[in-house]
Design a protein around this ligand. Structure first.
Ligand code: FE2
Length: 302
């Protein structure tokens, strides 16, 4: 699989100072660089220079998401595959993003921009490569070890799902139905998690949440305490998902972008048979204990 992982997301944050402080000290990412309009951050156990870029902006939302590909030649290969599929592509020059090489950029049928890149500076995870301790000192807040996935929204869920599966060899772990025929949402993977990218019916170019990984359910409960201590707007949780079997909690950054910290979930392989959630059981799929996702969870996007 030439796509190695969801490499980074670039988020628009209108409430600039408070958002930068929140991502560093409450969520607990590490700042690695900044320029006038951007702050670059990484989760502690990632080796690459950044996985989240905050952009000073007038409105919240997702500027783009980006996948890291295995080899530099994969950029040419995917550029050709996208053009053959009928998608317009452009090249983003090396150095446009700090510490990052050239990228291929295109737009999904659900209107989000996606970039593919290979080159990025590796700065390490704060631990030696010989005889490392299990975690470094000085972590703050929830301190997720890594970015995990995101849920994007748009009208053409089927179109984005098909493109990701046909051009990039994503597999479908799960889908939720609106009725017998129409799909509400899909959960797609290219690594071995239940989802690297999920897509749900909603506003075009929208993002429902950005998900960060935690090691276990206790860490999700500790994240709930951190949410309480810092008066972070809580959305939903702590709960278990029926979908993916993850344990999770959702909350909002100071700019109104929804974040999730998530643990567990099953392992997938390319031969994983797709799970379907019927329309009347979607509430249970999202929130297994109380079977109710809640109105805010299903209606608020950024
Ligand atoms: Fe999620």
């Amino acid at each position: 699989m030439p796509i190695m992982r969801l490499g980074h997301v670039q988020l628009r944050v209108p409430n600039w100072e408070a958002s930068v402080d929140y991502y560093k000290n409450v969520l607990g990412l590490i700042e690695t660089a900044r320029d006038e309009k951007h702050v670059y951050l990484k989760a502690w156990d990632e080796y690459d220079h950044h996985s989240v870029i905050l952009e000073k902006a007038d409105s919240a939302g997702l500027e783009h998401l980006a996948f890291k590909v295995r080899y530099k030649e994969d950029l040419d290969m995917y550029e050709q595959k996208l053009q053959d599929y009928g998608v317009v592509t452009e090249r983003i020059a090396a150095g446009t993003r700090i510490a990052e090489g050239e990228a291929v950029r295109f737009q999904l049928p659900t209107k989000q921009y996606v970039e593919l890149y290979h080159e990025i500076e590796q700065i390490g995870n704060g631990l030696p490569r010989e005889n490392p301790a299990p975690w470094p000192d000085g972590l703050k807040g929830m301190a997720p070890p890594r970015l995990d996935h995101l849920l994007i929204s748009g009208e053409d869920v089927e179109g984005t799902t098909k493109l990701m599966m046909e051009v990039f060899d994503f597999c479908m772990a799960e889908r939720a139905m609106m009725d017998e025929e129409n799909v509400l949402a899909t959960w797609l993977f290219v690594t071995n998690t239940p989802h690297d990218l999920a897509i749900i019916k909603g506003p075009d170019a929208g993002v429902h949440h950005i998900g960060f990984y935690l090691d276990n359910w206790n860490d999700v409960l500790k994240a709930a305490d951190i949410i309480g201590k810092n008066n972070v707007p809580l959305d939903k949780g702590p709960v278990r998902h029926g979908i993916t079997r993850g344990t999770t909690i959702y909350f909002f950054d100071p700019s109104g972008n929804r974040n999730e910290v998530y643990a567990n979930g099953y392992i997938t392989y390319p031969d994983f048979p797709t799970i379907t959630w019927t329309a009347e059981k979607v509430g249970e799929g999202i929130s297994f204990f109380d079977k109710d996702a809640g109105e805010r969870f299903t209606t608020v996007f950024s």
